[in-house]
Write a protein that binds this ligand. Structure first.
Ligand code: GTP
Ligand code: SPV
Ligand code: MN
Length: 597
């Protein structure tokens, strides 16, 4: 079928290692996809949902020990440990190949090896990277068909080039102690074994489009980021694009698809979704930044998705969608906590056990039917607000970059950083409370620079330096902002209503970049001046607004100690620019505290 020697040699070697019964090439055709769906449905690997309610939709449950990315089993394998840096797990490449090679040995016996040629980014775009994933999972194939451009067009584009990412995946026996997600940026190779879950196995996503791509981005002068991309159209029809980095399960999908509150809708504001998870960013000849969404699908969190929080997501997932680890009913329906429709009287929970409403665990807490990290996989072009520019090979120009996390305390609803380098510092010191998308104690605050802690494929200190340098030559750098939708009051309730109302904050951000919105200077940046954030029609007290924007220098000085101890691990590699920002912030905060006293 193809004349690519590098590709053929590599596949032969992997076949010899994994010993599949047969090899099937994924061509991207509808017929082949239907056949695979049939097969998955007949073997029970997946379940076809009710055709009337959920046309073209399938259901899948992963193993109970395999419901989120496993960051502790994820490695960057570089010749020098220093290149992976202190925030990544590291293994020496030869050792990593040897250990995982044992797990892959014969792992596909009696199974089919699927060859998925895929592209991240529009075919023919300067942004685009090609990968080949070999996998023994139909579930992976069907997800990759939604999430990436895959099939024979990609092979044509690749031609006889050996410039492609070599991805090898096997579920093997799904055991946790033989699970490894390995990245070899020096070889442009990814090996993933022992998992069947999302970000561990859809190798185009976190593995290629973030970890491997960030490595290339450093060498080639661009950025691969864990960011949504969206356009905000104002009543004059002008569209501003922003990219926003929030850690996993902190609101990227929701923000990218938001529905404007009524008064803004009436004024003519519109949202255009470009991407919900990953942005590849380059500087353009016009001195602006241009961003592309390299994916073609959404792999979104199901629980909490409902007609109030995200009607666009609901519309997107009505057909041709794969549901993973939600609740399944006998009549081919799916359901999740805080979703739509009535709670079913009975069903099968994410862990395969019978479920009904009202079940409690030993501690008396409700047992959920859907796993908190259960997901939908849906094609981007089914989203009602999909931007006409979403697959523009040149990308969209960025007005602003937004960082954010889940902070019950401390961080105000929104603030603007003073300049690019202060913005980089603010991204570098981002922190967020853990969610169900990570293993670990939920709610615990951890530093997650630019939401890239689990995804930066090289030394984080070099990443900070790359960011600082990247901004130096920009004639028109975007503004850099920080948001926090998750601040809570003493009673533990969110102060800000969030979701669609977040557009009010985005509008302030855009008006700031246009020089139209007024602000108050604080030590950490500019917060909206009284009355400059549109609060019309919101049921929120003046006291709550004050709480939302409070910047307490004492609390922030304490936070600053956290910055310092975080930075210590990078030793001499920490860029001077970061240290200078740290000192400047420290001085501003101390001066403010003295002034208050
Ligand atoms: P990944 O796909 O893991 O990268 O996550 P994500 O960043 O796309 O997060 P997503 O939009 O799926 O949101 C995750 C959770 O945050 C859901 O439970 C949402 O209901 C909740 N959430 C999103 N936006 C808001 C908001 O503005 N306010 C509040 N309180 N919760 C929100
Ligand atoms: C995330 O955890 O940030 C996700 C889901 O987007 S996964 O693809 O599994 O990484
Ligand atoms: Mn994500």
């Amino acid at each position: 079928m193809i004349e690519n020697r590098a590709l053929q040699q590599w596949i032969s070697a992997m076949v010899e290692l994994c010993r599949p019964e047969k090899v099937v090439w994924i061509d991207g055709s509808e017929e082949q996809k239907n056949m695979l769906e049939e097969e998955a449905d007949s073997t029970g690997e997946m379940t076809r949902l009710d055709e009337e309610k959920w046309p073209g939709c399938l259901y899948h449950r992963t193993a109970v020990n395999d419901v989120a990315r496993t960051e502790n089993l994820t490695y960057i394998c570089t010749s020098k440990k220093e290149d992976a840096g202190p925030t990544n797990n590291w293994m020496e490449p030869a050792e990593a190949y040897r250990i995982a090679g044992e797990y892959f040995k014969g792992a596909m016996e009696g199974r089919t090896m699927y060859v998925i040629p895929f592209a991240m980014g529009p075919l023919g775009s300067p942004f685009t990277k090609i990968g080949i994933e070999l996998t023994d999972s139909i579930y992976v194939v069907l997800n990759m068909l939604i999430m990436t451009r895959s099939g024979k067009d990609v092979l044509e584009q690749l031609g006889d080039s050996d410039n492609f990412t070599r991805g090898l995946h096997s579920k093997a026996d799904l055991s946790l102690d033989k699970r490894l997600i390995l990245h070899f940026p020096e070889d442009n190779t990814i090996w993933s074994v022992g998992s069947g879950y999302g970000g561990n196995v859809l190798l185009g996503k976190k593995c290629l489009a973030l970890r491997i791509a960030s490595w290339f981005g450093r060498d080639e002068g661009w950025l691969a980021e864990h960011m949504l991309i969206m356009g905000i159209e104002d009543p004059d029809g002008k569209i501003d694009y922003i990219a926003a980095a929030f850690p996993s399960a902190c609101g990227k999908t929701n923000l990218a698809m938001l529905i404007p509150p009524e008064h803004l809708r009436k004024q003519g504001y519109k949202i255009w979704t470009v991407g919900d998870d990953i942005a590849w960013i380059r500087s353009g000849e016009d001195g602006r930044l241009w961003a592309v969404n390299p994916e073609t699908g959404f792999f979104g969190v199901a629980p909490g998705t409902n007609a109030h929080s995200n009607p666009n997501a609901l519309a997107t997932i009505r057909r041709n969608t794969i549901f993973t680890n939600v609740l399944l009913t006998d009549d081919g329906d799916v359901w999740w906590e805080d979703g739509e429709g009535e709670t079913p009287a009975a069903g099968t929970a994410w862990d395969g056990r019978p479920w009904k409403p009202g079940l409690l665990d030993e501690a008396g807490r409700p047992i959920p039917g859907a796993h908190p990290n259960s997901r939908f996989t849906a094609p981007v072009n089914q989203c009602p607000t999909i931007s006409p520019e979403w697959s523009n090979p040149g990308g969209v120009p960025l007005t602003a970059i937004v960082f954010g996390g889940r902070r019950s305390r401390l961080a105000p609803l929104v603030y603007e950083t003073f300049n690019w380098r202060h913005g980089v510092y603010t991204g570098a010191t981002m922190a967020s409370e853990l969610t169900a998308a990570q293993y670990g104690r939920q709610g615990k605050v951890r530093r997650d620079p630019m939401a890239m802690l689990p995804f930066c494929g090289y030394n984080m200190a070099d990443y900070f330096r790359h960011w600082i340098d990247f901004g130096k030559n920009l004639a028109k750098p975007p503004g850099i902002f920080h948001v926090n939708w998750f601040r809570k009051d003493e009673g533990g309730n969110y102060i800000w209503p969030g979701f669609g109302e977040n557009l009010r904050v985005l509008n302030w951000i855009i008006e700031r970049t246009r020089g139209n919105a007024s602000a108050e200077k604080t030590p950490i940046g500019f917060v909206p001046a009284a009355d400059s954030l549109d609060l019309k029609g919101l049921d929120i007290t003046a006291e709550a607004v004050q709480q939302l924007f409070a910047v307490d220098p004492g609390d922030w000085l304490e936070e600053l100690e956290g910055h310092f101890s975080y930075f210590e691990q990078f030793g001499k590699k920490l860029p001077q620019g970061i240290l200078e920002e740290y000192r400047a912030l420290s001085e501003r905060l101390s001066a403010e505290r003295v002034a208050i006293k």
